[in-house]
Design a binder for this molecule. Structure first.
Ligand code: GDP
Ligand code: MN
Length: 360
């Protein structure tokens, strides 16, 4: 008798998780897009893709956030594209704009320096507001207060395959709090002192919220392995620069709203690093998720084909490509999954591994 082959999530869950038109329950969740009015076309493309590949069968709500009011045109077109309810929120200035305790002289000279050095978005003020908002404020917006889960969507992304399950249901039933599809290295020049601040906080926290035995710290810090398993040295600190690419993320809002997350964020924010440097929400989420959560609470959704320029992820299994009607090529140059730019091998080795298969 052959042993049961169950390394593939699809084999294990086709009946439980495939959409059943007459008998299914939505989770308490929303699709979430922070977006500018001028990005309407890109927003509609992303919506069209996600509706077609997933949401037309589920009709989850869409939540749109903006630091200025949405135009009538934006609201009309996106509401028409949504299969569920669509709601629109204006971000309060306090949650978006540069705080007045930022030293303006220092700020101006720092961003000029980063721009001159050719750092990506190094000279942008609004990009910094966006990264800080996505790190510490999106989950506190009133429109999200009654939801448990969000699925972040950006303009101009594409989902290559039919979803084989409702990812929100996986989150709920498997007790997952953070889900990703792509993990890569951050540009070190955007976060020169982020890890120093994190190490300081680890001392302050003193093991209260951070459990180094059960968390995913080994995924983001593996200096001892550099040169041994991974020939490319990416980093000067013991943070290896690995981060979950946050333009796709599915998360538990209650985790982000928790005291442990907010305390950690406020500590980082108080250094001014979001403005004097250019800390991205991706490394911030990733570090806090990897330190505060149990590593089994993080999930790699490995069946969801996805692209956001300049990278793709695409399932490699042939039967899966057929079953999920994928329109992607795992051999394409843009496919990041097992290239040297990807942290996925580190995730497999030092992250949660096959925790998807275990009961939470
Ligand atoms: P990138 O993916 O790092 O190149 O950054 P994006 O330009 O895609 O920005 C990330 C997300 O924030 C996208 O959903 C954008 O639509 C959104 N975003 C960026 N800047 C602003 C802004 O100034 N206002 C608003 N409302 N959304 C923004
Ligand atoms: Mn983007």
């Amino acid at each position: 008798k052959l042993p049961k082959l169950s390394t593939n999530t699809y084999d294990e869950y086709p009946l439980n998780y495939t959409h059943n038109k007459t008998n299914f329950e939505r989770e308490n969740a929303t699709l979430l897009m922070l977006v500018r009015n001028m990005e309407l076309d890109g927003a509609l493309k992303s919506m069209r893709s996600l509706e077609d590949r997933f949401n037309r069968n589920y009709n989850y709500d869409w939540t749109f956030l903006n630091d200025v009011p949405f135009t009538e045109e934006f609201i009309e077109a996106t509401s028409a594209m949504a299969s569920g309810k669509a709601q629109y929120g204006l971000i309060p200035s306090n949650d978006w704009d540069r705080p007045n305790w930022i030293n303006e002289t220092k700020f101006e000279s720092k961003i000029k320096e980063m721009e001159d050095n050719g750092v990506l978005y190094g000279g942008s003020k609004s990009y910094r507001n966006m990264c800080r908002f996505n790190s510490g404020y999106f989950f506190r917006q009133e429109l999200l207060s009654n939801y448990d889960y969000y699925f972040r969507v950006e303009p101009n992304v594409d989902y290559f395959c039919d979803f084989p399950y409702d990812p929100f249901k996986i989150m709920k039933e498997k007790h997952k709090k953070y889900g990703f599809v792509i993990t890569i290295y951050e540009y070190e020049e955007t976060i020169p002192t982020l890890w120093d601040a994190v190490e300081e906080y680890i001392k302050v926290d003193n093991g209260q919220d951070i459990d180094m035995e059960t968390n995913a710290v080994k995924f983001i810090t593996d200096k001892s392995l550099v040169g041994r398993y991974y020939p490319i040295v990416h980093s000067n600190s013991s943070y290896n620069l690995c981060h979950f690419w946050s333009n796709f993320e599915i998360g538990d809002l209650n985790f982000f709203r928790s005291e442990e997350y907010i305390k950690f964020f406020e500590f980082l924010d108080a250094t001014g690093g979001f403005y004097y440097e250019r800390w991205g929400d991706a490394p911030v989420h990733s570090i806090l998720v990897s330190l505060l959560l149990d590593r089994d609470e993080i999930i790699h959704f490995d069946q969801l084909g996805y692209t956001h320029l300049p990278f793709d992820t695409c399932p490699t299994a042939y039967h899966l490509q057929l079953d999920q009607r994928c329109l992607c090529d795992p051999g394409r140059e843009e496919n990041i999954d097992i290239t040297p730019n990807s942290c996925l091998m580190r995730w497999w080795k030092n992250g949660a591994g096959k925790s998807f298969m275990r009961e939470g």
